[in-house]
Design a protein around this ligand. Structure first.
Ligand code: MN
Length: 511
């Protein structure tokens, strides 16, 4: 039997720290359910001390996960943070606190303003403190990729002696090269006394495009937990991509002597879900989950692949779930058929909620003849985005064309139930719609990015619009809207971004 590598997923914590990728607690719950279906060993659910919303999300994921996996909460090295993390984890069957400190000279001097000795003292104190609240304590050594190796070993030894169950060596800035990183991990595995009783983890970043290579170098040299995120989401250039790690280990498990428990057929859906929820699109040539990952366009390649796929394919698209579903629903599909398909996709609804979902499904099915899984996912996820709607777009009427002046009339209801009809002209239909909507808003947002794409094939496909809107304090909020009419999608996406801006700002009040 090969050695099991634990997959620690940080899509909901490090991943969510990507600009504009923030998720509300309902969305985090949807992603968490998919992570459980994927079979991850640990879900890092969030950073409870950062906001009320985060606190609630960690709480909720704790109760969703049950025995399926460990639920981890992030905390800075402070007693208050650790208290909040422990509190948020009360609902979790298998709770873990992840706390740590910078260990490189740069972090010690410029971020923390402490000496090496003070760092050691703090590590002992903070791990001991967390250990009194939960059994399972992970200690991360931040920026270990640029740390003095002897000092790193001392820090990790201190954490192990203070009761850490997991020690996580983090190349926070994605600085290392795979071979020297592997040597660091081997040295830690060799020198830290008692390492055999704890889990050795690696947390790697993609600043030089080597996050996956670094994670695997860690695995080769003794790490048994890999920290990663779906689509490689994360700070800056991102974390190691879960799908890359899972497939690399699947293909090379024998020579590495390791395996994971990831159900790889769920990878494509996880990728789509995370992309849709965060508004971070996946580049077409992304390994494993990109739109072109299994596309062959040159005639020579196509010819060869038709004869034998393995000529140019190291993995079967079906293995990562990249094969489109055969099941197509239509307006003739009954409630039972819809409910059945949604359950298979992982969505369950209470009866009164389901009526609403079915009605929306019928609307979509009337507009387009064939309703694919991707359409259903988009429909269900749009519902979860608008749970805390401050503004609701009830109706939108557009007049445009050449030589008309593009004009929009929008009907919008606010959370107090006041409905207003507003109109505006613009340079085009989307501009007119946004200017009309702006008339009722109490906040201001600058449109930074606008993108539209078809969810499925065909001229009647649902058009999904993703916008990124910047608030006055410089934060970016992602909005998404879908409809068979792209102008309506555009207006929904804008209202959605504004709603998220307002609810996020409210959830941070008091912190
Ligand atoms: Mn990180």
């Amino acid at each position: 039997m090969t050695r099991k590598i634990q997959i620690f997923d940080t899509t909901l914590r490090d991943g969510e720290q990507s600009p504009g990728a923030s998720m509300n607690s309902q969305e985090k719950a949807i992603v968490a359910r998919q992570l459980i279906r994927l079979g991850v060993d640990v879900i890092e659910a969030g950073f409870p001390a950062s906001s009320h919303g985060e606190f609630r999300a960690v709480e909720e994921i704790g109760s969703i996960a049950g025995d399926a996996c460990v639920v981890c909460a992030f905390a800075r090295a402070s007693e208050q943070d650790i208290d909040r993390a422990a509190e948020a984890l009360k609902s979790a069957r298998h709770p873990r606190i992840n706390t740590g400190l910078g260990v490189s000279p740069t972090h010690l001097e410029h971020k923390l303003g402490i000496t090496q000795e003070e760092c050691i003292e703090r590590v002992a104190h903070i791990v001991g403190y967390a250990k009194r609240l939960v059994d399972d304590v992970e200690f991360f050594a931040e920026d270990a990729g640029r740390a003095d190796q002897d000092f790193l070993v001392r820090v990790l030894q201190t954490a192990v002696d203070a009761g850490a169950t997991v020690i996580n060596v983090a190349d926070t800035c994605g600085y290392s090269l795979p071979e020297e990183w592997g040597a660091r991990i081997a040295d830690v595995a060799h020198r830290v006394v008692g390492i055999e009783n704890v889990t050795l983890a690696v947390h790697t970043h993609n600043d030089l495009g080597m996050a996956t290579a670094l994670a695997l170098a860690g695995v080769r040299n003794g790490a048994s937990q890999v920290e990663c995120a779906v689509n490689g989401l994360g700070e800056r250039a991102g974390n190691a991509a879960l799908e890359e790690i899972a497939m690399a280990i699947r293909l090379h498990g024998e020579e590495l002597g390791v395996h994971t428990d990831i159900r790889t057929t769920e990878l494509s859906r996880a990728s789509r879900l995370v992309s849709r929820v965060t508004g971070m699109s996946v580049q077409a040539n992304k390994a494993v989950v990109g739109a072109n990952a299994f596309a062959h366009s040159s005639g020579m390649h196509q010819d060869a692949v038709l004869k034998a796929p393995k000529v140019y394919q190291i993995m079967d698209p079906a293995e990562v779930g990249a094969v489109g579903s055969e099941i197509i629903l239509s307006s003739r599909s009954g409630q039972a058929a819809l409910r059945h398909r949604l359950v298979e996709l992982g969505y369950t609804f209470a009866d009164e909620e389901f009526d609403d979902v079915y009605q929306r499904f019928q609307e979509i099915a009337e507009q387009k003849k064939e309703v694919y899984d991707e359409d259903l996912e988009s429909m269900v996820q749009e519902r979860s985005r608008d749970v805390a709607a401050v503004y609701t777009l009830n109706a939108l009427q557009i007049q445009c064309g050449d030589p008309l002046v593009p004009t929009a009339v929008a009907t919008i209801t606010d959370e107090e139930g006041n409905t207003r009809v507003v109109s505006a002209t613009g340079t085009g239909p989307v501009d007119a719609a946004y200017k009309a909507i702006d008339r009722v808003l109490t906040v201001h947002g600058d449109l930074e990015e606008y993108a539209v794409k078809a969810i499925t094939r065909g001229i009647d496909a649902i058009g999904e619009v993703v916008v990124r809107v910047k608030s006055a304090d410089g934060k970016v909020y992602t909005g998404r809207g879908s409809d068979t009419d792209v102008i309506v999608s555009s207006a929904k996406a804008y209202v959605n971004a504004i709603n998220r801006m307002i609810t996020t700002q409210r959830s941070h009040e008091g912190y």
